[in-house]
Design a protein around this ligand. Structure first.
Ligand code: CA
Length: 221
């Protein structure tokens, strides 16, 4: 199981990472908000441990960005014991649970197992168009009922288009959906993902709207 630990306190982060690794988890660590955003756009984690007070931005904003692109990765917030309002805001922003500092590793592991289990059983509306269907909670894409393997970036491109089926989605909007607003992206990368998606899911799924962007399905009046 692959986890992202977002925590700026080096000593705490090291201790938690050691403990989680001993418990059998693979742990990436992000020490600030930009590193967290980058890690979350480049990898699909089983769960995220998220401190709220971070250099370079708040953990809450990282969480909101994740949920804004329909990423349902389970998130466990790490809060100071007395910050009740943080917990409430975190849960409202789409966190699955929280642990208060200082915490025991046993408790952390138990809560992690619980949020991952719940997320796997999560039922969400499916998004489908023609033969293609997405289950956003499970991040599974099927064509004619058969699973299709997509990269994280291909998946996000497809999700952004399918969410807005019938409407044109601009390249800028797609880049936002795929990279979570990080800049310095090669401008032709979206075209590459579209090409891959057509190859894997059929030429007729995604329409190029020259000068604007792309669309799935018939244009809406
Ligand atoms: Ca902190």
């Amino acid at each position: 199981m692959h986890l992202l630990l977002v925590e700026d306190d080096d000593m705490l982060a090291e201790a938690v990472r050691d403990g989680l690794q001993r418990a059998g988890y693979t742990v990436d660590r992000a020490p600030d908000a930009p590193a967290a955003r980058l890690a979350l756009t480049d990898h699909a984690y089983h769960a995220v441990l998220l401190d709220l007070g971070l250099p370079g931005g708040s953990g809450l904003a990282v969480l909101q960005g994740l949920r804004a692109r329909y990423d349902a990765t389970p998130v466990l917030i790490i809060t100071a014991r007395d910050q009740l309002s943080d917990r409430i805001h975190g849960l409202d922003a789409g966190a699955d649970d929280y642990v208060a500092k200082p915490f025991q590793l046993d408790e952390l592991c138990a809560r992690l197992r619980a949020v991952v289990r719940r997320s796997q059983g999560r039922v969400s509306p499916l998004i489908s168009h023609g033969k293609v269907c997405i289950d956003p909670a499970k991040r599974v894409v099927t064509r004619d009922g058969e699973p299709v393997s997509l990269s994280v970036h291909e998946y996000r491109t497809l999700l952004a288009l399918m969410e807005k089926r019938g409407w044109v989605v601009t390249r800028d909007q797609l880049q936002d959906a795929v990279y979570g607003g990080s800049s310095s992206i090669e401008s032709n990368t979206i075209a590459v993902y579209i090409h891959q998606l057509r190859r894997k899911l059929g030429d007729d799924l995604i329409v190029t709207v020259h000068g604007f962007g792309y669309r799935v399905g018939e244009e809406r009046a």
